[in-house]
Structures are given as C-alpha cells and as structure tokens.
Design a protein around this ligand. Structure first.
Ligand SMILES: [Zn+2]
Length: 190
C-alpha cells in the first residue's frame, strides 16, 4: 500500500510540474486575477481633469502604467501585491501621487526594465532595498483607499514598466515620445 501511495504522489508531482514551469519569463501576476481585473485607466490613456474616467482627477498626460481596480468587497481586505519578475528591490518610499511606492529592477524579454508598483501600504513592504525578489513573491499590500497610504487615490495598483535601468516614477508623461519609454504590462503578459 505504501508503494502505491508513493507512486500516486510521484504521478501527482509530475502532473503539476509542467504547469509550474510554464510561466513565461519567470513572470507572475502582480495581483489576483490580473488578466481579467477591470482597469479604469489602461496603459497609454490620455487623461486630463476634464476627460478622465476618474473624478475628480488631478493628473494630466499619457498614463505610463496599467491600473488594476479593486472591488467594493475588497476595500476592507488586505490585497497582496506580488513581484511580476525576478530582480532586486531598488527602492521603497513615500512619493507624492502614489503614497507608498516600490521599484524593482528586472530583465523582461532580454531588456532591462524597472517596475513601479504604486499605491502600496509602505509599512507592509518588509523587504529592504537591495534585496532580490522572485517572481510571484509577495511584495506588500495595497494601501487603503483615499488615505495617506495611496496619497488620497482610490484603492488600486498602478503598475508601470520603464525601459532601462534608471528609476522613473512618472505616472503620466506629456508626449507619445516619452510614453514610448514605457511598456504595457497587459500586452507583455497576455
Ligand atoms: Zn495609474
């Protein structure tokens, strides 16, 4: 009987292994249901206080990231944010427009990038700057909506991917040329 159980366990492991290994680029979703979660602001959307889907809006320009919204039920829950790639945490700090923000250095599609995770609860990011993070590893929690943790914004994740190694915290840029220095998470990982 013991042998039979062993064989079943080995079989189960073999069956699960391809699913775990299939993740492209060592990439993982930044939030549960990332692929289907509603976004009020997709990558590259041009907003102004008049035209924005968010009211009131204090920003203008092309949106450099993707916003992942939260549901009503999620407002009081802890929402974990995960690293989307392997790479070091470059910084975590409080920044105007974001509240808590973290930046990670990664290589995606053989290209150096920095990943901006915006509107996090700064105190929930326990990793120190300089530490290596694995794709799928919890990075921290979303900040509470309309609080200092999100600098007054609704509870959502802003995820920006900037080309190169330089840290750039811009959530919006003025020109399409500047926007070309940013990548759309949802196009990269669909
Ligand atoms: Zn955003």
């Amino acid at each position: 009987m013991k042998n039979k159980l062993g064989l079943i366990l080995i079989g189960l492991c073999l069956a699960l292994t391809p699913a775990l290994a299939a993740t492209p680029n060592n990439a993982a979703g930044p939030i549960s249901d990332a692929g289907t979660r509603v976004t009020k602001k997709p990558f590259g959307l041009k907003v102004s206080p008049k035209s924005s889907p968010i009211k009131p809006e204090r920003f203008s320009g092309y949106h450099t990231g993707v916003d992942f919204e939260t549901t009503t039920a999620e407002q009081k829950l802890n929402i974990t944010i995960y690293a989307i790639c392997d790479g070091r945490l470059l910084l975590k700090k409080y920044a105007s427009g974001y509240g808590g923000v973290a930046v990670q250095s990664c290589v995606l599609n053989k290209q150096n990038v920095t990943v901006v995770y915006g509107h996090l609860r700064l105190s929930s990011i326990t990793l120190k700057a300089g530490k290596a993070i694995k794709a799928g590893q919890p990075l921290g929690l979303l900040g509470a909506g309309y609080s200092q943790e999100t600098d007054g914004e609704r509870k959502h994740l802003h995820l920006g991917i900037h080309k190169g190694k330089a840290i750039n915290l811009s959530g919006y840029v003025k020109t399409k040329k500047e926007l070309s220095q940013w990548l759309d998470y949802l196009s990269l990982f669909k």
